[in-house]
Ligand binder design. Structure first.
Ligand code: WT7
Length: 636
């Protein structure tokens, strides 16, 4: 009996129970039957949750690109691996076959080697959504270099912080990038970032916008001629199961971004398995995930998951609103997309436009539609189900995180009955628990609590780059022996999970996970600012918007609030990126604090929402007069 594919609900329960009772047998069998290994493992899993140590498939040898590409060549060489849909619909789409992917990735791998990149070196990839991005990621994996993809919307200082944290040796970028009617000067941003990045020896520059860029002698090289000259076959590096595959930065509630480290074999097995099941992937499907490869969703479900299954995956360069709001639907029709995976914020922004945009397109090719990134509200769920899925495609509301590597709690298409706003049931191997404030597990159904996972799964991130202590502290200390997700959840009467949102100081804006602390740090750099506090407030389209309370250094009247607000937002854009800009800024004379000096964010959140009714326990509040003042001057 194979465990790779779940066919019905009864089988789901069977597999689930097996995965809990005998996780080693369950994952061992999946790993053995569905992947190519150079050498088998000693142990399927080895872990110590208290020390935050997890290893899967110990001592096995493998290369993920052999599994993503080489092993498909005999059967699927001429099959399309990647469809590239450009920003401008009048430009032709590209169809890259598995044979072509093999050749290009080999060329790129050879280029990287020639340019001095070795196994274990970090390579920062700062590219728009063009084929070179996929090729660069896979080429790194081919030679055992650790890719660190930085989303091309991040600012120079965010890029530089990410390069320096893991000491990337190389940056792969492009002259520019297209996004809707905008052109983004990526090379210029890299140049600025690299002023403070001593580790970078080489910058490879792909051509996309053909804009004039400065090339720094001895450092920058155009990619194209190197690729042309390179050999189109390559030997894959033999990797240990636990060798790092990539680093991906995610915002924390405090301090600098966390470089989450994912390793090779466990991540491979987990993304392949979850992709196959959640989306019910079949041979001739055309899978489209609208995320950017700069986020984990793109890593796992644009690249690795689909390619590991020999699937066809779409890379879309543009945005849902360009040239108009029918772009997504036009693409689905054009490429006969079978699975469409997007985010609640995109759904909400398209749902507010005229139905004419979507009703022109029958969308009959669709089989499964999915959502990820934040809780999906009931209205958006129904709009998605009614107008995109035509009430005939299962909606998979997939809950997971950068840290989890792959989908954790989600319906399995055609297997799990869906329920609006519910991520439903844990996938096999996943043991969620809800915890109360006293750190006790809450048993039974119809309960709410902090969501933890009590047993390791193959896709879990292994550490934070160069900071295992922080990893342990962030994820394994709140509830000893368990992985704490930072999310709250409820479990309904049948055991379905609904994720209610973050319980820490992370706010999800348009699907982007933003820590409040780094934003506050950026604001506080403004010379006029003394202190600040950021909270999230519900927003119809973005899910959450950011509301900032700012104390200025000078006392007395603030003269030009509008200019100051603009400047503050510019500071945020420069330090983090435009995605983290504040919707509203209220200048205040003080912040509600406890006697021990902690900002009472709960109160600030309530005020920002306009709810002055119940601030909870305020017995430790030091300065009630400040609260009165803030309420009076709230910006609505
Ligand atoms: C946080 C992780 C991995 C997906 C992209 C975001 C929230 C994610 C859902 C969902 C409710 C969700 C959680 C989680 N989230 N998916 N289906 N329902 N909330 O990855 O940036 O690491 O953010 O996104 O709060 O902790 P990320």
């Amino acid at each position: 009996m194979s465990y790779y594919k779940i066919e019905n609900l009864e089988q789901y329960f069977k597999h689930y129970n097996k995965s809990i009772r005998e996780p080693r047998k369950f994952w061992g069998k999946i790993a053995e039957e569905n992947f190519t290994w150079y050498q088998q493992w000693e142990k399927v899993v080895d872990f110590n949750m208290a020390e935050a140590e997890v290893k899967w498939f110990t001592d096995a040898k493998v290369n993920i690109t052999k599994n993503c590409i080489d092993r498909h060549l005999s059967k699927r060489g001429e099959k399309t691996a990647i469809i590239f849909e450009p920003n401008d619909p009048s430009e032709d789409a590209l169809h890259i076959t598995y044979n072509e992917l093999y050749e290009t990735v080999s060329k790129m791998a050879n280029v990287l080697r020639e340019q001095g990149v070795r196994k274990g070196d970090r390579v920062c990839i700062y590219l728009p959504m063009i084929p070179e991005l996929a090729v660069s990621v896979l080429a790194c994996a081919r030679i055992g270099a650790i890719h660190s993809v930085v989303f091309a919307g991040f600012s120079a200082s965010a890029v530089s912080a990410r390069i320096n944290d893991c000491e990337s040796k190389m940056v792969i970028t492009s002259d520019g990038g297209y996004r809707g009617n905008k052109t983004i000067d990526l090379k210029g941003i890299v140049d600025e970032a690299l002023e403070t990045c001593p580790s970078v020896e080489r910058v490879l520059v792909a051509k996309r916008t053909k804009t004039d860029v400065k090339m720094k002698e001895g450092r920058d090289i155009w990619l194209e001629p190197l690729l042309e000259a390179a050999l189109d076959n390559s030997v894959a590096e033999i990797m240990d199961a636990e060798d790092p595959l990539f680093i991906l930065y995610t915002s924390g509630s405090t301090g600098k971004p966390k470089g989450m480290v994912h390793t090779t074999a466990g991540y491979m097995v987990y993304t392949a398995y979850t992709f196959k099941n959640v989306f019910s992937h079949e041979e001739n499907d055309i899978f489209w995930c609208t995320a950017d490869i700069g986020w984990i969703t793109g890593h796992s479900y644009i690249l690795y998951g689909p390619l590991l299954n020999g699937g066809t995956t779409v890379i879309f360069e543009g945005v849902p609103s360009y040239p108009d709001f029918s772009r997504f639907w036009e693409i689905i029709e054009k490429h006969k997309i079978t699975q469409f995976y997007t985010a609640p914020t995109a759904i909400r922004s398209l749902a507010k436009e005229s139905l004419d945009y979507i009703q022109k397109y029958p969308l009959k090719s669709l089989k499964v539609i999915g959502s990820v990134g934040e809780p999906i509200n009931e209205e958006a769920w129904h709009w998605f189900n009614d107008h995109v899925g035509d009430k005939r495609c299962p909606v998979v509301d997939t809950w997971w995180q950068t840290e989890t590597g792959g989908i954790m709690i989600s319906p399995i298409a055609f297997v799990t009955p869906t329920k609006p706003t519910y991520a439903t049931l844990p996938l096999p191997g996943i043991q969620p628990v809800l915890m109360d404030e006293k750190r006790n597990e809450i048993e039974g159904n119809q309960v709410v609590g902090s969501l933890c996972i009590k047993f390791p799964w193959p896709g879990i991130a292994r550490t934070i780059w160069n900071n295992h202590e922080r990893y342990k502290e962030t994820y394994f200390s709140s509830f000893p022996g368990k992985y704490f997700t930072g999310d709250g959840a409820l479990r309904d009467e049948v055991g379905y999970y609904r994720i209610t949102g973050r319980v820490d100081d992370v706010v999800i804006v348009s699907g982007h996970n933003l820590g409040t602390a780094p934003i506050e740090d950026a604001i506080n750099e403004h010379p006029a600012v003394a202190e600040s506090a950021i909270v999230g407030v519900p927003h119809d389209i973005k899910g959450n918007a950011l509301y900032g309370y700012v104390i200025l250094k000078e006392t007395g009247e603030v003269r030009n609030k509008e200019n100051l607000s603009k400047e503050i937002n510019q500071y945020i854009a420069d330090h983090i990126g435009p995605i983290a800009k504040l919707d509203k800024i209220q200048f205040v004379s003080g912040l509600p604090k406890t006697r021990s000096g902690k900002i009472m964010r709960r109160i600030l959140r309530k005020i920002a929402e306009g709810d002055f009714s119940n601030f909870g326990d305020t017995s430790t509040l030091l300065n009630p007069e400040v609260v009165e003042q803030i309420m009076k001057e709230r910006i609505s």
